[in-house]
Design a protein around this ligand. Sequence first.
Ligand code: SAH
Ligand code: SF4
Ligand code: F3S
Length: 461
Amino acid sequence: MSQEITRFKESKDQLFQPVKFEEPRGVFVSTYGCQMNVNDSDRMISLLEMLNYTPVQQPKDAALIIINSCSVREKPVHKVHSEVGRYRKLKLTKPDLLVGVAGCVAQQEKDQLLKDLPAIDFVLGPDNIDSLPEIVSKLHKAPEERLSAARFKHQEAYHVQTLVQNPGVSTFVNITKGCDNFCTFCVVPYTRGRERSRPYKQLVEDINKLTSRGVKEVTLLGQNVNSYTSDCGVNFANLLKGLCEDTDIKRIRYSTSHPKDFTEELIKISADYRDKICEFIHLPVQSGNTEILAKMNRGYSREDYLEKVDKIFDYLPGASLSTDIIVGFPGETEQQFNDTLSLIDRVPYESIYAFKYSPRPFTKAAKWEDHLSEEEKSDRLHRLFEKHKIIAHKLCEKYDDQEFEVLVEKRDEDRGNWSGRTTHNKVVNFVGGENLVGKFVKVKILKAFPLTLRGEFVSEY
Ligand code: SAH
Ligand code: SF4
Ligand code: F3S
């Protein structure tokens, strides 16, 4: 257990010989965190296919286990430690088992993670995913080694393997990496590095490849998609316009929008191309109080935010909104929290993702002294959710008895229904019809719930 840690260095392309296992080997990936991590996990699996790995559902069936970790709050970091504890025991019965930690905790802790957790064979930062086949090949040839690969790469074209091999109907495409905003609560700029945008032409090529593999919908990913700026000066609004005009993709979603960079130009283009650009906007507000927003370094006030929301509904009256909220930010008073409660009365969010503030390493807010107690944070979170529950029940009534276009993503054989999403990102489970996966269909809604809609098939488009 006292093996040395080696800093991983990529070989030049010609020198790298991946091992190719004759029999398929299982890989189990457990994923925490945001959509970017979900996409990174899919890309890792695609890369490992070149070595003859195939995904398995249970850790016990795997020859390689990867924990793709998240560091945005304390809880998912604890999960890494408890999972590794379980795999340490599994290694006693399977000595050849390889265990790696990828993602934001790997980037944050690097070699320290290997020192603290002797059961891990490698750490892999988010910028180093392309090296995974080489790392696994090396470890196969020299199992006593322990490799650390957590080096930021600064080039724009940062992925060799940008896309997953078997993408399905709807998939993700990274358009930016990193973040330069340094919100005072957030660890992401430290775990994902500086912001870089991928070249416009590369994105068009990626999406053309995906449509030729049967993809109908893409979600463009970035920590702040609105600050996308390509090599040739294309901003985010024009990227959307260009993708609508220059590719055959049928639907485009994007996440996450930062309110400070959310422009009227973007809203106008979304309205002009509403047949392709989904009428769903995730616009994280974080707090309804201007002083707290300033302490968070968010770059907008409550009034600025509300003005943007009103503009969205001017151009897109049918749009659906969701948001992220942090309760119990350091120094947040009851009055300031009430401003968040009143904001959710004012903005018709169909869903909210709300979190108790969690101090994170390297961040400014973690060093402040006016932290709230766990009880106060839990109480505020509970009151926020209770209030939103009533709002969400009221809002979803508008879907009852209406007909919507649904892109069908899968069939649930157990329940005997199809499942897909509307442009508003509402999941619709419905019955009727045959061979519908990948098709756009009209569905009549029979019963609306806050998170899902239940309906019946009307016709294909
Ligand atoms: N780039 C996105 C957010 C990515 S992190 C944006 O700017 O909106 C996803 C969400 O996690 C954030 O919107 C925030 O609500 C929450 N979050 C981030 N850091 C947090 C922390 N220290 N404690 C609690 N929640 C946090
Ligand atoms: Fe974190 Fe702020 Fe960047 Fe979002 S915009 S990833 S919250 S620093
Ligand atoms: Fe978590 Fe990293 Fe995403 S911290 S939210 S996995 S960018």
